[in-house]
Ligand binder design. Structure first.
Ligand SMILES: Nc1nc2c(ncn2[C@@H]2O[C@H](COP(=O)(O)OP(=O)(O)OP(=O)(O)O)[C@@H](O)[C@H]2O)c(=O)[nH]1
Length: 358
């Protein structure tokens, strides 16, 4: 219950989690707003920075909040990402430098934190990202030059302990920020990997499945044959062909024919499941039961299948099939196994159909 409300509030503030870049960026903007506001208040109270810096920190806090608002509620994510980059590299870093002790202050931590954030989170704004990285990396150089030329522009700590407090607080804040960022990147990476695994499993299943009946296709037969052969298992194959199926199509239409095929498939799936084997659609109205059991057992299972099929009340008439069954021999290849079953199936057709031969 509590988690439900929390995630609703976070979604409202940050956007749906399905958009991980926006989600992270909006959270950084809001945290940034609070931090700059907090920094202004603390600096003012402890006298850690000049009045100018305090006002600048307040203004930055407001501007970052504005960037969040336009990005979150005015659909300007990309533009606002660039605006945020400009704000932190061109305004926040120089202000922090000037207002918090220059090269003796905590701006190196701040620039490093921002550099890592830009590198990890702004992949979709290519060129701007590179420019932002360059600014963060190079910012100390002109600032040191300016500090040397005009030391009066930089606010200097009045005591060593104020400097220590400022460095420590900034270090902790940037450290926490980096922890959150690395965690969010690794969560994102994990999610993407899970998604890719699920997708490749789905693709594999689809590539092995017949779309009309949901049965496996020939590809799966090859794979299973190799596996059982390598394991030295006993297995047999029944090749089933529906009798006079063309007539069904011709008289009752193709859609009806499809429904008949699906009913036959449902039956075969049950038989395959019961015997820990596979039901395969081999061609149009040709099916295979590929089961890890002996010839006689497959014969029995196929006869029961014919019986069950005859009991299904199709509207045109009952459906029958002809089948040939063969068991794998050690010296057999897959083709030989299939060929024997195929020959027997044709013999069953010649015998007048509705016949199973082994
Ligand atoms: N509805 C439907 N029909 C299909 C599908 N695939 C193949 N067929 C039909 O299955 C029929 C097979 O006909 P034939 O090979 O002449 O065999 P048959 O009429 O079953 O006769 P016998 O096998 O000799 O008993 C053809 O009419 C094909 O169009 C399919 O996916 N859906």
């Amino acid at each position: 219950m509590y988690r439900h409300y929390l995630s609703k509030v976070l979604e409202w503030l940050l956007v749906n989690k399905d958009k991980p870049f926006e989600y992270t960026h909006h959270s950084v903007l809001l945290v940034g707003t609070v931090l700059f506001f907090y920094a202004a208040v603390v600096n003012y109270h402890l006298g850690l920075a000049s009045t100018f810096t305090v006002i600048a920190l307040l203004a930055l806090s407001f501007l970052i909040f504005l960037v969040w608002y336009l990005s979150r509620w005015r659909n300007q994510f990309k533009l606002m990402s660039v605006a945020f980059l400009g704000l932190i590299t061109l305004v926040a870093i120089p202000i922090n430098w000037m207002g918090n002790g220059g090269s003796n202050g905590p701006t190196f931590f701040v620039a490093l934190g921002l550099l890592i954030y830009i590198s990890g989170s702004f992949k979709n704004i290519g060129l701007y990202r590179r420019v932002g990285q360059l600014f963060c990396l190079m910012a100390p150089i002109p600032l040191i030059m300016l500090e040397n030329a005009h030391p009066e522009l930089v606010f200097h700590y009045t005591t060593d302990s104020l400097k220590q407090i400022d460095l420590t607080i900034t270090f902790i804040i940037i450290g926490l920020f980096l922890i959150i960022m690395v965690e969010s990147l690794s969560t994102r990476f994990k999610l993407e990997r899970e998604k890719a695994t699920q997708l490749s499993e789905k693709l594999k299943t689809l590539s092995e499945q017949d779309s009309l009946t949901g049965l496996y296709n020939r590809r799966k037969l090859d794979e299973q044959y190799t596996s059982w052969k390598q394991q030295g298992r006993i297995f047999s194959l029944a090749l089933l062909d529906i009798d006079h199926f063309k007539n069904v199509n011709d008289q009752w239409g193709h859609n009806y024919g499809d429904k008949v095929l699906q009913s036959v498939a449902d039956l075969l799936i049950k038989v395959a499941k019961k015997n820990h084997g596979l039901a395969i659609r081999f061609g149009g109205e040709e099916f295979i039961l590929f089961l890890p059991i002996s010839l006689d057992e497959v014969y029995k299972a196929t006869t029961q299948t014919a019986q069950s099929l005859s009991e299904i009340p199709f509207k045109h008439a009952s459906v029958t099939f002809s089948a040939g069954i063969s068991q794998d021999k050690t010296e057999d290849s897959q083709d030989e196994l299939l060929k024997r079953a195929d020959n027997l199936m044709y013999q069953a057709k010649s015998n007048g159909r509705n016949c199973i031969l082994k």
